[in-house]
Design a binder for this molecule. Structure first.
Ligand code: AHM
Ligand code: MG
Length: 337
């Protein structure tokens, strides 16, 4: 039985220049995950479900647990002094940690502290998503916006925690994707899924089909393709949509499938955030052998413009994403001209 802490230290040797800072940083995330997990597990009996009556910067209603998780991760990251700044889906602006030790650290963290949190009231799995970069501003100075607007290809590490029927932490540092399951009696994460690979061809598609009428033509065509009967390709595929990105992603990662959140009439750029949701999931997906795209281009190659930027997201088994991309291309305004 290998614990997450032991595994991270063992893997540190993959990086000859490693100073141990990333190891401590991942340790802070692991600790915050355990605290949030404990609170989520008693959500039904404590006064922590429901909304705060407030909205976040994107005009979405904030759940009490959104804010709680945000505070826990922020405090854990600040306390260890291994991070010079963070940006969060729940914060309007990025935050500088300005004690001397933090200012001298080289890492920044971007996070969605509690994704899919509207599912908490009904006891459905939710998650935390995080992404780690090296700052580009000089060490010793406060972080600047440009530190956070780096393309996903520069990520040093990314991961998620899924608070589900069991709690798991899945992460990559660019050397494969590894999953750890929490033993609740000990509060310890043990290695349970080493080197996860997504099947090249999957049979599950995950999308909020209620928005069908305003999907791009390429997506509509792909959905009809998924539903068509064809023995050779095992179609029709199975439709599964929890409405909790981490859970939908995790299932598809293990079983093979595609997750799509395209542009819709009410969300012309899609709903998901490039920095807090799409880039980290794209890094994990690529490391597992899959693909993540905005329908046309690789997600991780995009240069972000703003902290809370949204982007259409097509992510999963390589051949599935490639098929839908071809259909998007075929129906793009450029190819129709
Ligand atoms: P959130 O960050 O506000 O929780 O929103 C993201 C969530 C994802 O977890 C999920 O995949 C998606 O929103 C569901 O959206 P919809 O209800 O429009 O299908
Ligand atoms: Mg989210």
């Amino acid at each position: 039985m290998i614990t997450l802490g032991e595994y991270i230290i063992a893997k540190q040797h993959d990086f000859p220049e490693a100073s141990g800072e990333l190891t401590l940083l991942l340790g802070a995330i692991r600790l915050a995950a355990k605290v949030v997990n404990r609170e989520i597990n008693k959500a039904g009996i404590a006064d922590i479900i429901g909304t705060t009556g407030l909205e976040n910067i994107q005009g979405e209603s904030q759940q009490k647990m959104d804010l709680y998780a945000n505070d826990v991760f922020k405090a854990a990251l600040e306390a260890r002094g291994e991070v010079c700044g963070i940006a969060s889906e729940e914060e309007e602006n990025f935050i500088t940690f300005d004690d001397k030790r933090s200012l001298n650290s080289k890492y920044i963290v971007l996070m969605d502290p509690l994704d899919g949190s509207s599912n908490i009231d009904v006891n459905v799995s939710i998650g935390t998503i995080f992404s780690i970069y090296k700052r580009i501003s000089p060490v010793g100075e406060p972080v600047v916006l440009e530190d956070f607007l780096q393309p996903g290809v520069t990520q040093v590490a990314a991961g998620y925690i899924i608070y589900g029927s069991s709690t798991m932490l899945v992460y990559t540092t660019g050397n494969g994707v590894h999953g750890f399951t929490c033993d609740p009696s000990l509060g310890v994460f043990y290695l349970s899924h080493e080197n996860i690979k997504i099947p090249t061809d999957g049979q599950i598609y995950s999308i909020n089909e209620g928005n069908y009428l305003t999907f791009p033509e390429g997506v509509k065509k792909y959905l009809k393709y998924c539903q068509a009967i064809d023995n050779d390709t095992n179609r029709p595929y199975t439709s599964r949509y929890i409405g909790s990105l981490v859970s939908d992603f995790h299932r598809n990662l293990l079983k093979g499938g595609i997750y799509i959140y395209p542009s819709t009439a009410s969300a012309p750029q899609g709903k998901l955030r490039l920095l807090y949701e799409c880039n980290p999931m794209a890094f994990i997906m690529e490391q597992a052998g899959g693909t993540a795209s905005d329908g046309f281009q690789r997600i991780m190659a995009l240069k972000p413009n703003t902290l809370h930027q949204r982007i259409p997201f097509f992510c999963g088994s390589k051949n599935m994403v490639s098929t839908v991309q071809d259909m998007m291309q075929e129906h793009s305004p450029r190819s129709e001209n």
